[in-house]
Design a protein around this ligand. Structure first.
Ligand code: ATR
Length: 288
């Protein structure tokens, strides 16, 4: 047994999407399974667009215990499952599936991962105003989850404003406890909105490795030092956006905690146990 932990009883979990070669999820989940001594393995299954139904049939046949879902299947899978959680239904996207006695049930832990990261850092969002930059898939999951979990106001700025308007319409129609507003990606307008906001989140792709010297905000005066600033990017660990925010005195958080907590929440859905967070950070990022 010593090095080979796989046996006749070992349960299969994994990830479906395409491409997957660079995913951190297999390393994260297998490390956590081993650390906790759980009789499970996690594999990456590259399934191309167009083969999702076949892929799901295979998951059922092989009695896979649970799996993550990433691009290009997150939206299409919603229609193909046996059940979907209420918040994932509104987000219209699933990143986690659990096999519950043969029924495949979908959840979304992307936005929840960010919410848990805020909670673990003691950042209040219930009843507060949150400003979000970007209106892609990640922005949609985060905005809707924050609204669903009690943020009073969501303001979303995007280059293509129609995409922000669509997300905001969903919030205003389906989550009556939260008020949404779409705005232009205009620094004067964003600055005005930040005056009474609690949290600012970058969900655009600006600042990743290919645009490392860019920031979605170009003028440091736009930031408000009392607003907690989050960038969901984790490579680099500190984006230009975060450095600029820190220059004016803002507290900041990068995307590592969101990444790990979305994994932790999926792990918990499958196993009922919490992921050993600090150990996983060490394994993935050698930060401690
Ligand atoms: P993800 O799935 O990570 O959310 P995405 O759906 O491709 O990624 O979304 C990328 C976001 O970054 C979008 O809000 C995009 O703006 P548009 O909707 O206008 O395309 C934003 N983005 C990317 N490059 C940008 C740029 N150079 N300037 C402004 N916004 C940009």
């Amino acid at each position: 047994m010593e090095n080979n932990f796989i046996q006749g009883t070992t349960g299969l979990t994994g990830l479906i999407g395409y491409p997957l070669k660079h995913s951190l999820s297999p390393s994260m989940h297998n490390s956590a399974f081993r650390k906790l001594g759980l009789d499970l393995v996690y594999l990456a299954f590259e399934i191309e667009d167009g083969s999702l139904q076949d892929g799901l049939n295979a998951m059922r046949t092989l009695n896979v215990k649970g799996f993550n879902v990433t691009m290009p299947h997150k939206q299409k899978i919603v229609q193909l499952l046996d059940g979907v959680s209420d918040d994932a239904k509104i987000i219209e996207s699933v990143n986690t599936v659990k096999n519950e006695n043969g029924k495949l049930i979908g959840y979304n832990t992307d936005g929840k991962g960010l919410v848990k990261a805020l909670e673990e850092s003691g950042i209040a969002y219930k009843g507060k105003k949150v400003v979000i930059l970007g209106a892609g898939g990640a922005a949609r999951a985060i905005a809707i989850q924050l609204a669903f979990d009690g943020a009073a106001q969501i303001v979303m700025a995007n280059r293509t404003i129609i995409k922000a308007k669509m997300i905001i319409n969903t919030i205003n129609e389906k989550i009556p406890t939260s008020k949404g507003k779409a705005i232009e990606m205009d620094e004067e307008i964003i600055k005005e909105e930040l005056k009474d906001a609690s949290i600012l989140i970058n969900c655009t792709s600006i600042g990743m490795k290919s645009t490392i010297d860019q920031s979605p905000i170009s003028n440091v005066d736009t930031f408000n030092k009392d607003v907690f600033v989050v960038d969901i990017i984790y490579d680099p660990l500190k984006t230009k956006f975060m450095s600029m925010a820190e220059e004016v005195g803002c507290k900041t958080m990068n995307g590592i905690d969101m990444l790990i907590y979305q994994g932790d929440l999926s792990f918990n859905i499958w196993t009922g146990e919490d992921m050993p967070i600090e150990y996983i950070k060490e394994v993935l990022f050698k930060t401690k």
